[in-house]
Design a protein around this ligand. Structure first.
Ligand SMILES: Cc1cc2nc3c(=O)[nH]c(=O)nc-3n(C[C@H](O)[C@H](O)[C@H](O)COP(=O)(O)OP(=O)(O)OC[C@H]3O[C@@H](n4cnc5c(N)ncnc54)[C@H](O)[C@@H]3O)c2cc1C
Length: 374
């Protein structure tokens, strides 16, 4: 591709926006279209966790670590991302969970993840706000936090100027070689089209995604009013050990059953303190469509109780609740998608479709975009 290359990106989420960043690094001209007035999909509904700790050994961990480097580099240049190398602590509530954390701390790649096993006093030294009940924790220094509601406008501000055009309120409805048409009928000429439609599995990307290989997952989240005290790291509870591939170790089979409410909602506690002091708390996982259009209060009761048990204090009043949907390469059929970590395919000559990073999309987005252009 020549440096005069003009790229049209469809989708204003983090994947589309990181593609804009990486295309500009190559010196390409970029036009980015977003169907909404502002992106309102998974990229603004997430925890903002740049999550290395739970990644599967091998290519998934390498992708996350490369992305973590890119986030740190971008964070230094774009303060609005709110990048913080805060690390995370995954807390064990009993002996079986603690034994599994010990196994994780002894993984051959534990150094790359910057794992350190801590006893109760060690956890409290790292994160004094944890005054509740737990048996110990796994500190992952490689994990980091960004502010999801700020990331997209901050990156666009960074790109603003010559060579980058942001066109919100424009849905791409048609693609032909070297051009796309938006819903107003306007054509946008280009050399390359990158489609980053997120969980929009119908619409312009629908006919390509209909071949299978991706599915959608719905999660419930909430956010509290500010907590006066600082929570120094991101937090995860022992339920997260049941989901993340890094903990697929012999000790996982010895974990006791989850609480019924957690099992029903496929819940784990993840907690991140926002820059303003509020706590983002989640999550649940719903796989069968049609998804509920309403929010399930039992799952929130469970997550609130877990957060309070670990912090040892009542959490502040919940100010907001929401659900979000992400696109994920279906784990049972990675071959169809052509890539096990996310979906990238050249669906027509000069038209690249990138989606399906699942629950690691915020984390991996800069490295995924880099792989498209470099
Ligand atoms: C509740 C929740 C919590 C999560 N937490 C984390 C986390 O902490 N860390 C992590 O790594 N990942 C997390 N994830 C996953 C991550 O948020 C997603 O993988 C990622 O945001 C996907 O980005 P995207 O740009 O592909 O999709 P989206 O954010 O959905 O963006 C796609 C955009 O494309 C637009 N669009 C679609 N079709 C068109 C069209 N034809 N023309 C123009 N625009 C179009 C949509 O309007 C949308 O704005 C979480 C996800 C959810 C839902």
């Amino acid at each position: 591709m020549a440096s005069a290359t003009r790229v049209v990106i469809a989708g204003g989420g983090v994947l589309g926006t990181m593609h804009a960043v990486m295309a500009r690094r190559r010196g390409f001209e970029v036009v980015q279209l977003e169907r909404e007035a502002e992106a309102r999909g998974a990229s603004v509904r997430n925890f903002g966790l740049v999550w290395v700790s739970g990644r599967k050994a091998g290519p998934e961990l390498s992708l996350a670590l490369r992305a973590r480097e890119l986030w740190a580099e971008l964070g230094a240049r774009v303060p609005g991302l709110g990048f913080r190398a805060a690390g995370s602590v995954t807390l064990a509530s009993g002996d079986a969970e603690l034994a599994l954390l010990k196994e994780a701390a002894a993984r051959p790649d534990a150094d790359r993840r910057e794992f350190e096993l801590l006893d109760m006093a060690g956890v409290r030294a790292v994160n004094p706000a944890l005054r509740g009940e737990f048996a110990g924790g796994l500190f992952c220094r490689a994990d980091a936090i960004v502010e999801p509601r700020q990331v997209l406008p901050a990156l666009r501000g960074h790109l603003a100027g010559d060579g980058y055009e942001w066109l919100p309120g424009r849905e791409v409805t048609e693609i032909v070689p070297n051009a796309v048409r938006d819903h107003t009928g306007t054509w946008h000429q280009c050399d390359l089209v990158v489609l980053c439609p997120g969980a929009a599995h119908t619409g312009v990307a629908g006919r390509y995604l209909a071949r299978g290989g991706v599915r959608r997952v719905r999660l419930q989240m909430m956010q509290t009013e500010p907590l006066a005290e600082r929570i120094t790291t991101a937090l995860a509870d022992g339920d997260s050990l049941r989901y993340y591939p890094a903990y697929d170790l012999p000790g996982r089979d010895r974990l006791p059953p989850q609480a019924a409410a957690a099992e029903r909602a496929r819940a784990q506690l993840l907690l991140v303190q926002r820059a303003d002091g509020g706590l983002t708390i989640g999550d649940t996982h719903e796989y069968a469509e049609p998804f509920g259009f309403d929010l399930d209060e039992d799952a929130y009761d469970h997550l609130r109780a877990r957060a309070e048990a670990l912090l040892g204090v009542p959490i502040p009043r919940v100010r907001r609740r929401w659900a979000g949907v992400y696109s994920e390469v279906a784990p049972e059929n990675p071959a169809v998608a052509g890539h096990a970590l996310y979906h990238r395919s050249e669906v027509e000559p000069g038209v690249v479709l990138v989606t399906g990073p699942g629950g690691r999309g915020m984390t991996c987005s800069p490295a995924i975009a880099e792989e498209t252009f470099f």
